[in-house]
Design a binder for this molecule. Structure first.
Ligand code: GLA
Length: 749
């Protein structure tokens, strides 16, 4: 898949779906030449313009030649402060204060498979599934080298990139920026797509015209964050969900990050992504190196949905690990919105009883089971069961679940510490804080200093002890505040700029040790909902709680947004009570079910309080979900309509089983409207030659008086060709209720 032509200096990474081309020019500069649809051979049809651009604003370079300027050439890993004024990939400060350095091409190596990145999560591949190119660049004056890693996978339009920077000089140097990748496009005819939000409102899609100048999508919060996600895409203005070119970027990193786009004077575009450089300063002693997190670059000629399909496959086949990687996820009930902190053995036992009756498979005990925790003021860090609340201890609750055939799960928030805790009283120096300043609280809590080995060892043991001593099948690992005052009592002054990065590396160390020691436990990560929904966390924990907003209508956006990078199996999605606790909205049980059905499905309400009628409906939903679960969790996903484009009033999700035999289609219309246009849904990913029979159809539950008697246009037993469903489409009946939700299931005949 990877070739190098000595004479032209061309590296070509190629498979059936994509080509990525670089060139070593004049023996020293590693330039980017092409990324897009696969090319048989790159012969340089769009040769560089040899313009005289060395007039005052552009430095000429090559031996004082006016027609060769690094400031206009596409570079794979550009430096700061030297011959290129655009956004740099790396920034460095040498011992004498020099910041202008120059990395020059020094050699390459092609390896089968994909090397692991020490201490970091990353996609993995067998030797016959991928190939990796390592290009070495050496600093002109010998102070550092950069190894640039490029992995191409056999069956995906994705390149995984990262860089390793090594101090090869005699003195210490400081990295003040180390991106995972830089990439130049020859034009700027793009829309810029990013995912923004807030707590309980994660990952809405913003699509704007790519602007001249510099734009950033990023986080400075010590976490990948609710506010902006570590994702960026450039798509042609005409690109839709199903058609057109898109270039997507995602990071395998759970800390603060930055994606910068820069459209420069000649209209070319640079994208740089990786660890947030603001506030970053990493000291490298001679011989030491720094490995950047991995970035994924996904190409699609089949629209945004095609880009997501690539990301989904990469996540499912090359990121998730352990026995739960491709295992069906248990249907759970979580007591958080059912009881909040107000629970005891009896309430948990009643939940377990109802759960078993309904067909639920996992009972999760959320926040409040430890220390003296009655609200969010105290006890984080004191991971001992509160036997006043749970008289039978954790063993008792676990036993009440297990004896009914349910699995049992438990909430933790290990990275945190309450001021009011035994742990803080014993180890006040274990928190991140600026020494002379007051403590900074968020949700009344402080953050443990995971850059410290002793803190990490304590954490691993505190969590492991609970997992060893109790029969726990599932863990929800929460992180409910962002990082401030990132000062570590243990590090010297010149290393304080490393703390935010070391915190995340420390977390990865803890997660590797705990998840490695308890492979049978299913871990779900969480951060005030979906504040750390990223590929880094998914490497250790194969699912994430998508949002603290459980309202079905808000979730249409949140889950659609999340699906730009992550597949349904990774998204925790629960049915909750109405009026909804976050927004007060009332939606039907069916709408809530069909929305939550998209992911790792469960309930988050007091299931003992269902009416007899609701109980029957829930039983049917659960039985149906079990039938559809392999298709939803292990199949391929397509976004047909999202709340971000078109009418913005409709959402349609399609799931096609891995063997192509079953198709699940859901459609939601948020508000009913008079004279509403006919809605035709054109399906994706079917076999044109095959016929499909509708085996299940749930029309919207109408709230209007005469809604019940409406004609049903699509009934069970109806057969349609795959070509017809994809090209002519399926008409949705006229809807006269708000928050309507439909389900069709097709089976290939
Ligand atoms: C976070 C989580 C919730 C719940 C609470 C408990 O907000 O996202 O699901 O676990 O913490 O405090």
């Amino acid at each position: 898949m990877i070739t190098f032509e000595e004479q032209s200096g061309i590296f070509h990474l190629r498979n059936d779906k994509m080509s990525y081309v670089m060139q070593v020019v004049r023996g020293k500069y590693l330039l980017h030449r092409y990324w897009g649809a696969p090319l048989r051979k790159f012969r340089d049809s769009r040769a560089f313009q040899a313009l005289d651009r060395a007039f005052s604003p552009q430095p000429g370079d090559y031996e004082n030649e006016r027609t060769f300027s690094l400031d206009v050439l596409p570079q794979e890993y550009p430096a700061w402060g030297h011959l290129d004024y655009r956004t740099p990939a790396y920034e460095v400060r040498l011992a004498d204060g020099t910041t202008a350095t120059e990395l020059r091409y020094a050699g390459y190596e092609i390896r089968p498979g994909k090397p692991r990145l020490a201490g970091l999560p990353a996609a993995y591949a067998e030797d016959d599934e991928a190939e990796t190119l390592v290009i070495t660049l050496k600093d002109y004056a010998g102070h550092l080298t950069a190894e640039l890693y490029y992995t191409i996978f056999a069956d995906l339009a994705i390149v995984a990139r990262s860089a390793r920077l090594c101090n090869t000089g005699k003195d210490a140097l400081t990295l003040t920026g180390a991106a995972s990748f830089a990439l130049d496009f020859p034009d700027h005819d793009f829309d810029r797509l990013s995912l923004y939000g807030g707590h309980a409102a994660e990952r809405s899609l913003e699509r704007i015209r790519l602007m001249r100048g510099i734009q950033e999508t990023g986080s400075r919060r010590g976490a990948s964050s609710h506010q902006q996600s570590p994702f960026l895409a450039l798509a042609r203005p005409e690109t839709t969900e199903q058609a057109g070119e898109a270039f997507g970027f995602s990071l395998v990193w759970s800390g603060e990050f930055s994606f910068r786009t820069e459209v420069e004077q000649f209209g070319t575009t640079r994208v740089v992504g990786g660890i947030q450089p603001d506030g970053f300063a990493w000291l490298l002693e001679p011989g030491e190196s720094f490995q950047t997190p991995e970035a994924w670059l996904a190409y699609s000629a089949e629209g945004l949905d095609g880009m997501s399909g690539n990301f989904h496959q990469l996540v499912r086949q090359h990121l998730l690990r352990g026995p739960h990687r491709a295992a069906l996820r248990p249907i759970l009930v979580n007591n958080w919105e059912a009881t909040y902190f107000d629970f005891d053995d009896e309430k948990m036992d009643a939940l377990a009883q109802s759960a078993a009756d309904l067909g639920i498979e996992l009972l999760v005990l959320d926040d409040g089971w430890f220390g003296r925790r009655q609200d969010d003021n105290s006890s984080l860090g004191d991971w001992q069961v509160n036997t006043e609340k749970l008289k039978g201890g954790l063993k008792g609750v676990a036993e009440s679940a297990h004896k009914r055939g349910l699995k049992f799960g438990l909430w933790f928030e290990p990275e945190m510490i309450s001021f009011d805790s035994e742990l803080y009283r014993a180890h006040p120096d274990w928190v991140l804080r600026a020494p002379e300043y007051p403590l900074s609280y968020s949700r009344h809590q402080l953050v443990l200093d995971l850059s410290r080995q002793d803190v990490r060892d304590y954490l691993v043991e505190a969590v492991s002890r609970i997992l060893r001593e109790n029969e726990i099948d599932y863990v929800k690992w929460d992180f409910n505040r962002h990082i401030t005052d990132a000062f570590s009592a243990e590090l010297p002054p010149e290393r304080q700029g490393e703390v935010r990065t070391r915190f995340v590396l420390g977390l990865y160390d803890v997660l590797e040790r705990i998840t490695g020691a308890f492979p049978q436990v299913l871990f779900e990560s969480c951060s005030g909902g979906g504040g750390r929904f990223d590929a880094g966390m998914l490497y250790y924990m194969p699912q994430t709680w998508t949002s603290d907003d459980t309202d079905a209508i808000q979730r249409l956006a949140i889950q659609s947004g999340t699906s730009y990078v992550f597949p349904p199996i990774t998204m925790g999605a629960h049915v909750s009570v109405v009026p909804n606790h976050q927004v007060g909205r009332v939606t039907s049980l069916q709408t809530r079910f069909l929305c939550a059905l998209m992911g790792a499905f469960g309930y988050e309400l007091d299931i003992t309080r269902f009416s007899a009628e609701e109980r029957e409906q829930v039983k049917q939903h659960i039985a149906l979900y079990k039938q559809l679960r392999p298709t939803i969790q292990l199949g391929n996903f397509h976004r047909l309509l999202t709340p971000f484009a078109g009418t913005k009033n409709e959402t349609a999700w399609e799931f096609v089983s891995a063997d192509g035999r079953q198709v699940v289609l859901t459609y939601f219309k948020t508000l009913a409207e008079p004279a509403s246009p006919v809605r035709i849904l054109k399906l994706a990913g079917l076999e044109a030659e095959a016929d499909y029979e509708i085996t299940e159809y749930l029309p919207a539950q109408c709230t209007s008086v005469d809604g019940a008697g409406k004609p049903q246009m699509q009934v069970k037993g109806q057969v349609y060709g795959g070509d017809e469903l994809m090209h002519s489409g399926l008409t949705v009946e006229k809807i006269d209720t708000d928050f309507a939700a439909y389900l069709w299931v097709f089976n290939k005949i």
